[in-house]
Design a protein around this ligand. Sequence first.
Ligand code: NAG
Ligand code: NAG
Length: 475
Amino acid sequence: MRLMPPYPAVAPALLALLWLSAVRASASAAAASAPNIVFILADDLGWNDVSWHNDQVVSPNMQQLVDTGVQLEQSYVQPLCTPSRSALLTGLYPFRLGRQGRPLGSKTPTGLSLDHTLLPERLTHLGYATHMIGKWHLGYCNWAYTPIERGFDTHYGYLLGSEYHFNHTIINGYDFREQREADFTANGTYGTHLFADRAVRIIEEHQGSDQPFFLYLALQNVHLPLEVPDEYLVHYPEDLDEDRRLLLGMVTALDEAVGRVVQALKDTGLYDNSVIVFSSDNGGVGMNGESNQPLRGNKGSMWEGGTRAVGFVHSPLLQGTPRVHSGLLHITDWHNTLLALAGESILPDNDGFNQWNSLVDPSVTSPRTTFIYNLDAESEEMSLGAIRLLNHKFVMGEKDLERGDKTGPWLFNLEDDPNEAVNLIEFEPELAVALELLLLEELPNVVPRDEPANDPAGDPSNWGGVWTPGWCDVP
Ligand SMILES: *[C@@H]1O[C@H](CO)[C@@H](O)[C@H](O)[C@H]1NC(C)=O
Ligand SMILES: *[C@@H]1O[C@H](CO)[C@@H](O)[C@H](O)[C@H]1NC(C)=O
């Protein structure tokens, strides 16, 4: 039969409609069995500041999740908050985004590049509800950079990198929001308590729903300033160093929040089809009671103490638990791993590997053999970077924090020397050169640091005392 007008004119619209409803149907069909994903990112939590590495630490809820889950022992992150969070949500090394340098400052007129699709946006397309709680730190000078414009249905928390835990103020401004609105009811309540309450509420609201959810719970603990309600200090001896005692109290408060989230999943019956991932964003600061012992170095460095993060995955869907996962895993891997878990069949091309099979199945090893710790070409003389290949780590150069000059290079065998004590550069010069070349291959792909000068327009005095978007243009 020949198609007669006006059919041809209507056909494209009709087809588009049919296609749309087919897509929606398949998205919700996938959604019905797709697991809920809770990604808990701790802030500045050190290697030695969890009970499974140090029995002085009181973190019974997380310990229980580790004891019945998969403990991640070679899970690597970036040395600092903004770069790690950028890598998590894009699946890309920060040097491809201009985010390899300093964390975003409170008046920096930029944010995480808008050219890339973030994980929550992709999960939304797969039929997920997407919620973010806690710290953003990926730019806020324009609303376009903020969580609800970047794929999250909801955001409850703060936009900058740190603040006082009770009054939610940093420098001269308040920073706490419910969606776009400043939320002054948070003033006076401990951040980690607020975030746990909200997480529990979101989970309860999903009870009985067919729609799976992604909850990105970016907790404030144990970032400075050292503040914690007294009730958490009773777990630690009074004669402990004061900073250490406060820090460990903050770990116990963090642990309680994690425990409440898991309990809510169980109470609502959502636990059986949920996956909980826990990671620190970088190592501990190492100067105010935090510790990455016995690893070398701290937050801000490419040493293991800055980049090898505590972490675990817990879910009734995992096989052969408890188990230690010693394969290489990098923070860029979560993007594709979680997408695969959510049912995405065509994974985006990025720096990550889909690790889901190696996490769920004890007989599968990590698909990753190499990764770049960081790569930064501050100037022609100052290329800094480090690369891992199997057990070896080559550090092209680190910036000496006191003197500002470049030190290195180093070569380590982390299997024999996990604490980076013995520089092998003179013993294995060919290997060092080969690794340096591998790293230098990426140098032409380094996007220059996106670190424009502070703009006083962002000062809270212009915005009623609240750190507020609206004072920069987007490219
Ligand atoms: C917030 O709390 C800190 C620590 O107690 C205090 O030093 C600071 O002045 C407080 N800021 C405001 C605006 O209340
Ligand atoms: C927070 O509460 C304190 C104590 O009531 C008050 O002094 C401060 O002004 C409040 N901060 C804001 C931003 O409202």
